[in-house]
Ligand binder design. Structure first.
Ligand code: SF4
Ligand code: SF4
Length: 291
């Protein structure tokens, strides 16, 4: 049984990607490489940058089927517009105008079913690309990358998830920042969520939003405080008061921060940080065994 974990944060810049990549490495060592990493930050997937020897294994274009209205057949009855939950079909019968706003369309197919006059056909539009990478450790990395200008991040994530293999013991999903639809799509099938935050007023504010979302989705979660030592104590007080599980605190160290800013995440890891990741890894493995 695969244990699916999302690594999420209410805001960007908390170090969610470095946590994801480090956990991938530690868990791969612990579980004889039976771990996959899925980069769902489709607007700017960058997990692969931390693996110097990453080799592309597979690349597939992700397409969306978009409806098109044949004005020769259309009677301007407005049925398709009524069926569209996303207000993507404006119809003005008096002007004999019917169109599909492709940036609002979610490719649900309802309009094609609704039309009794065979006036709607569908055509494919490229919205992104899926790449899978072979890595020196683990079962590899898969990323979904949104086409520039496309608003279909959620759909790219959904399609990317179809390439995830169920053969690994653990799959880590590096979620996009924030609490909107792409994040929900990423974490919706996960068994557990790791919430990465930083001890600053901004980190705390956005973590609270994320906690609200996770409670709404009824997802169990634990918290990693990154850049510990910076900022104030309020994040700790909040975690303690609410009784949330603190999985670990990763100390802020300037020299290591500059190392990973240069992509050298796995070089010269300070012992304090290595110890923290090892402890978090043990906690995750015990959760997997409890599932
Ligand atoms: S349901 Fe068909 S016929 Fe009616 S407005 Fe839409 S496309 Fe035209
Ligand atoms: S496919 Fe669905 S979302 Fe797109 S225009 Fe038709 S009804 Fe609306």
């Amino acid at each position: 049984m695969t244990f699916k974990i999302a690594i999420a944060s209410g805001k960007g810049g908390t170090g969610k990607t470095t946590v994801s990549v480090n956990l991938y490495k530690c868990l791969s060592e612990k579980l004889n490489d039976n771990v996959q990493l899925i980069d769902c930050d489709a607007e700017e997937p960058n997990d692969f940058l931390f693996f110097k020897n990453a080799k592309i294994k597979q690349k597939e274009v992700i397409q969306q089927l978009v409806p098109k209205i044949d004005l020769q057949k259309c009677t301007f009855c407005e049925k398709c517009s009524e069926y569209c939950m996303f207000n993507a079909i404006p119809i003005i019968p008096s002007a004999k105008y019917a169109n599909v706003n492709t940036s609002l369309c979610h490719s649900c197919g309802a309009c094609s079913v609704a039309c009794q006059f065979d006036a709607i056909s569908e055509y494919p539009v490229e919205i992104g690309v899926m790449r899978s990478y072979l890595l020196p450790e683990g079962d590899g990395l898969i990323e979904g990358k949104l086409k520039i200008g496309s608003p279909m991040q959620t759909m790219v994530i959904k399609e990317t998830k179809k390439y995830v293999s169920d053969n690994s013991q653990i799959v880590l999903f590096d979620a996009p920042p924030g609490t909107s639809c792409p994040v929900v799509e990423t974490i919706t099938e996960c068994d557990y969520v790791i919430l990465v935050t930083e001890p600053t007023p901004f980190g705390l504010h956005d973590m609270k939003l994320m906690v609200e979302l996770l409670n709404e989705l009824e997802k169990p979660f634990g918290i990693i405080v990154n850049k510990a030592g910076l900022g104030d104590n309020e994040t700790h007080q909040y975690i303690e008061k609410e009784g949330f599980e603190l999985l670990g605190e990763i100390p802020f160290m300037k020299s290591y921060a500059s190392d990973y800013a240069n992509g050298n995440l796995f070089k010269n890891i300070p012992p304090e940080i290595e110890k923290t990741y090892n402890n978090i890894t043990k906690k995750i493995v015990s959760k997997m065994n409890l599932k």
